[in-house]
Design a protein around this ligand. Sequence first.
Ligand code: URP
Ligand code: ZN
Length: 460
Amino acid sequence: MSLLIKNGEIVTASERYIADIFCENETITRIDRNLTPPKGAEVIDATGKFVFPGFIDPHVHIYLPFMGTFAKDTYVTASRAALVGGTTTLIEMCAPSRADDALAGFELWLSQAEGKSACDFTFHMSVTKFNDQTEAQLREIVKRGISSFKVYLAYKGAFGVDDTELYRTLKLAKELGVIVTAHCENETLIAERARELLAAGLTDSGQHHASRPPAVEAEGVHHLMTFAELTGAATYIVHLSCQEALAQAIAARQRGVRVTVETLIQYLTLDKTHAEKPNLEGAKYVMSPPLRDKRNQEILWNGLRDGLVQTVATDHCPFDFKTKKKMGKNDFTKIPNGIPSLEDRINLLYTYGVKTGKIDLHTFVNIASTQAARTFDLFPRKGTIQPGADADLVVFDPNYRGKISAKTHQINVDYSVFEGWKIEGRPSVVTVRGQVAARDGKFTGRHGHGKFLQRKPSHF
Ligand code: URP
Ligand code: ZN
């Protein structure tokens, strides 16, 4: 099976030129001008369009038992949505609870994806407790192709680890060359502040922010950075939302701590006032860390432009508004945390980042694909366009104009926080290892085509 993409403007993190891309079986084999398609090849005319490497979302939740309920997508719905939106690789948080075995958890999460996913996938293995048995299982999981762990400094009792467990996880990660991704918020402060707010009768969704202000996140980052400094482990801060937390990461980096920073499309485009909307509408916008004061958006965009922030993910986490988010009607701590956005990340980043001049095209590719591939041991198989790389390609139409709506989206959730938002440009053709998987907003791929990506640790 072969595929020829003709006359597109190829844009990677470092290059921009017009050429044809020829793919055989699953791989890019030639890039040149005026290539002639062999008999039987599928030909896609990309004249006037960009061709980007397949985008990587390094932080999603698909199968997630959480806060007394489950996130709603499956690999069937989520991979479809990802592909329509230009994302060809998902890195999901494998998140067994503290009561569960790590290895059984890994196998359970894998079974949710294999045979169902239409796009490629891998996992960050959450370490939700640490004892001798967990350590042995983590070593086995790394042998099976996982090269990143996840720790939660929040959600104690469910996913959260204590300081001894954190230290031992980082020591093991350093030994194995694994990078540790981390949710950085101080759990004790959150619990105490939430208790005080509820006792004072302050129960609405707007209080979620008051229970976990920027200082709570900054303390979490500072805490992780201290442990990273003393163990030498490579770390990756997930969903960083504000200037205070970023300052802690930059200060640590300056003293030699190995830290990569991820922000989310939600923090770049939405702010705290959304979660303060009355009549429970604000519950749609509750996630952790919370949406922040608008002033933080400029700091995060500038951070992306200047290389202080390396990736943009979604932390996709879908809970229906009508049946799930409303569980927090009289108590904001019962609102399932998460804002779904898997399908819209690339279009929003292009429209509100590239088109407004906040970031250039190379930065766009870098923060949405290349950096994730490099950080998580997928480069150059993923994250770039070159001979030998997987033929994951996004032919992007910059002239498309449209709007986001829950009425038309593919993700399995009953609302969109971006309802009615304008989009300028969208993926026109998306391929996964040489197979066309989406065209102009429609899924055309095959469930089961998605592969588990085995990775080798490199962060020694
Ligand atoms: O609010 C969020 N972020 N929900 C998903 C779970 C997590 O904290 O990553
Ligand atoms: Zn988190």
